[in-house]
Design a binder for this molecule. Sequence first.
Ligand SMILES: [Zn+2]
Length: 278
Amino acid sequence: MRVLISADMEGCTGVATWGQCGGPAIAKHDWEFARRMMTHDVNSAIRGAHTAGAAHVVVKDSHGSGKNLLVDELEPGTELISGNCWMEDGMVQGVAEDHAAAVLVGYHARAGTPHAVMEHTMVDGVHRLWVNGTEAGEIYLAIATCASRGVPVVAIVSDAAGCHEAKELVPSIHAAVTKHGMGRYLARLLHPDSTGRLIRDQVRDGVLAATRPSFEVGAKQEIKLETKSTEQADAIAEIEGWKRSDGYTLTSEWPDWSVAHSQLLVTFQVLASSWTRG
Ligand SMILES: [Zn+2]
């Protein structure tokens, strides 16, 4: 049995602020601690998958530069997708039809969620995003992309708000809460000893119960995106396929999830660089 783990950092055990979640290039002071915690959570998830019978686990490092996890510190036999590039499957790049299950580790709630640690959606300029009328963040994008490949997301590791968001999309998902957000940069943290056991057990139970499909991605995709500033909306309006409905809001329609997701990834990259235009 093959299992994919997609790992972000903001929802991992022990971290609460951007000062921990950056990398050397942007001089974040406590990144070494956060990557150690990310490794702790990912290794706990790998052990859970192995206990459930997974012979092969591949991990996608999906935070920032994609160079947070060190392959020599992961459980033996694991393969790591590492590096900085957004390809068609984004944060779950590497997902394949022969994966029995996927697991999201260290994910965070979508932009605009109250009491959610470092909530955001892909890039800073996204205020709110909807897919076919459902408000969406990175958890939605990962679940939908896996579903489009026939792979169920069976477990999530996040703060309480992120776990709640995932359960709204996939009620059967197994959730391991690493912390309780009290504000965007304030959280009541659980000890790594507790989260390690919880992650292992929830991932084990999720993989054992894996059934497909666990999420209906749908055919036609209607996307609505609200930016934080009009200058960001100006930049997106120039991309083919988007229609502007007001100063901050754009809509688009795509024939299937694969096209919609790759267009969204292009849009996020334009959004990330739009501040330099003024
Ligand atoms: Zn991240």
